[in-house]
Ligand binder design. Structure first.
Ligand SMILES: Nc1ncnc2c1ncn2[C@@H]1O[C@H](COP(=O)(O)OP(=O)(O)OP(=O)(O)O)[C@@H](O)[C@H]1O
Ligand SMILES: [Mg+2]
Length: 230
């Protein structure tokens, strides 16, 4: 077994008065090549957990390992290096650069990889094609529909062929046909070797994935692995 993500007794408190305990002691191990869903009510800690897995945030307590590195032992600069080499993140709010075209938003996902600009754009164009947006390369973010922006965000996350893809409600703004296309894309990336974690409210999507983690009140309520007939 090759563990790529491990959370040990992870607590996350946001420092308000009184503090908000978003994660209350999460233990979770994910092996290379897994494809899993994280589900749970709004406010149960799904985005917080994904951000911590993606090293975008540090836990208040507990240990996190990503791709074999203990996050607590790395500086912020080392963490951003780790992220650019290993992790593709699809944010719940897409965070596209508003004045930039779809193509440049995706090419931006390769900015810290040392790949030259022409090559970044070529790969961005290919990634946009895989999400069905080759006809929108030059539209800036404000000239795209909500679902198209979401697909640009997905293309940006996968353009570097990351070993770990963390997606927060990646189909929240998509119709069912486009949404099935994105789920199929995740299956393809997974077959090609990526480990994928998808936060979703859509029961059809979670039911189509081999492992489902239920969060409630910042804790794992259940963790089920199933045999899927395919
Ligand atoms: N930056 C923050 N500061 C303070 N509290 C926060 C912050 N971010 C999230 N929270 C709180 O932490 C809890 C968990 O939030 P989180 O965003 O992880 O939930 P979620 O499961 O992703 O919900 P949703 O399904 O609505 O996206 C919530 O009670 C939320 O209000
Ligand atoms: Mg969320």
């Amino acid at each position: 077994m090759n563990t790529v993500l491990a959370l040990e007794n992870v607590v996350k408190e946001y420092p308000l008065t009184p503090p908000v305990r978003a994660l209350a002691g999460v233990d979770l191990t994910i092996e290379a090549g897994e494809l899993l869903a994280v589900v749970g009510p709004s406010g149960s800690g799904k985005s917080t957990m994904l951000h911590i897995m993606g090293t975008l945030d540090r836990p208040t307590k507990g240990d996190v390992s990503v791709a074999g590195y203990r996050v607590s032992e790395l500086s912020d600069a080392e963490l951003s290096g780790l992220r650019s080499r290993h992790i593709g993140f699809v944010f719940q709010a897409f965070y596209l650069l508003t004045g930039y075209s779809a193509l440049d938003n995706v090419a931006d996902g390769l900015l810290y990889t040392g790949v030259p600009l022409d090559e970044r754009r070529a790969r961005a164009s290919a990634a946009l094609e895989t999400v069905g947006l080759s006809h929108r390369l030059d539209h800036v973010a404000t000239q795209l529909s909500g679902g198209e922006r979401q697909r640009v965000a997905i293309a940006r996350a996968i353009v570097g062929k990351p070993s770990i893809v963390l997606a927060d409600e990646p189909t929240g703004n998509l119709d069912s046909t486009t949404s099935s296309g994105i789920v199929e894309l995740f299956h393809e990336l997974n077959r090609a070797g990526s480990t994928i974690v998808v936060v979703t409210h859509d029961p059809e999507i979670s039911a189509s994935l081999p492992r489902i983690i239920h969060l409630r009140d910042g804790l794992i309520e259940s963790d089920r692995v199933r045999e899927l007939s395919s």
